[in-house]
Design a protein around this ligand. Structure first.
Ligand code: ADP
Length: 290
């Protein structure tokens, strides 16, 4: 089963064109949807999750038409939204039990087994009786994955899941995601390049509602081979360098700006050729906000 998106368009009532002829082919595995804030990721995620309509275009999940067969799609879908809203004072165990009933698991014993197994899987079993509102950020996100995975979905959508997690929590969450992405489609929407780098075999970069790249991350890096040049400069030289060269990113290393320039030839002898990484891919497609 794969997910095919063809020529999807959405313009909001205020005139913002959030999706501009988006076409993507998404296979089984972890798929990264990378874009800056405002790129259109949530709009796309909500449309795939049958929570919002598009103006035109099509989405199919295997044999299903996602835009019209919403109930059938929902049975195959797990969704971890960007904002869960208020976290309940209910325990994780009770909440999952309740959600499992909503997903149609009517047999009490089977439900209990499924809920316990899920809590084990996301490493929350020992905390299952505590209120979800008392959980740390990482625990809340793992609970979010548990509820998304109830009922064995074939398609799981996670929207900006690692924002606000500390490095340890993020690592644990990465491990969990990569495990679930082995047999089903998992779409990870994020503005964090590292999320995609660590997890995804396929990706798309979107900006201003348009697909800028789609394919394996490695192929995108390969395409920039020999064209990324690096130089450490002083702050006062920054403006002149921006003027003269195609500076795609600037970051501070020990307080000094380190710039990356995209150019087919060496810009000048003080630049060093560097091996492109996914951040270079991202910033070559999406203007860095400075
Ligand atoms: P992302 O998830 O990548 O940050 P969104 O899909 O949330 O992007 O937003 C894409 C664009 O659509 C943004 O310019 C945003 O301001 C606009 N937008 C999102 N939701 C609405 C809405 N309900 N009404 C009007 N504009 C919206």
């Amino acid at each position: 089963m794969d997910l095919q998106i063809h020529n999807l368009c959405k313009t909001y009532a205020n005139g913002v064109r959030a999706l501009d002829h988006v076409s993507l082919s998404i296979p089984i595995g972890m798929y990264g949807l990378l874009g800056p804030n405002g790129a259109g990721k949530s709009t796309l995620m909500r449309t795939i999750a049958t929570l919002q309509d598009a103006d035109s275009g099509s989405i199919t999940l295997g044999p299903l038409n996602v835009l019209t067969q919403k109930q059938d799609v929902r049975r195959l879908l797990g969704y971890l939204p960007q904002e869960f809203g208020v976290y309940p004072r209910t325990s994780a165990s009770e909440m999952l039990d309740h959600l499992a009933i909503l997903k149609g698991m009517t047999n009490r014993r089977e439900r209990r087994e499924a809920v316990d197994a899920m809590l084990e899987r996301v490493n929350l079993f020992q905390h299952r009786k505590k209120a979800i509102s008392s959980y740390s950020g990482g625990m809340k996100q793992r609970f979010g994955i548990a509820q998304a995975l109830l009922g064995n979905p074939q398609l799981v959508i996670v929207d900006e899941p690692t924002a606000g997690l500390d490095p340890g929590e993020r690592n644990r969450f990465y491990n969990l995601l990569s495990e679930i992405g082995e047999n089903i489609i998992v779409i990870l929407s994020t503005h964090i390049v590292q999320d995609v780098k660590e997890l995804c075999s396929h990706m798309a970069i979107i900006n201003l509602g348009q697909v800028k790249y789609s394919g394996p991350p490695q192929a995108a890096e390969d395409a920039l081979q020999g064209r990324i040049w690096q130089k450490s400069i002083s702050r006062s030289e920054l403006a002149a360098h921006r003027e003269k060269y195609n500076v795609i990113s600037t970051k501070l290393v020990a307080g000094r700006p380190l710039i990356h320039v995209l150019s087919d030839a060496c810009p000048d002898e003080n630049f060093l050729s560097v091996s492109p990484d996914l951040e270079d891919v991202f910033f070559s497609q999406v203007q860095q906000v400075v």
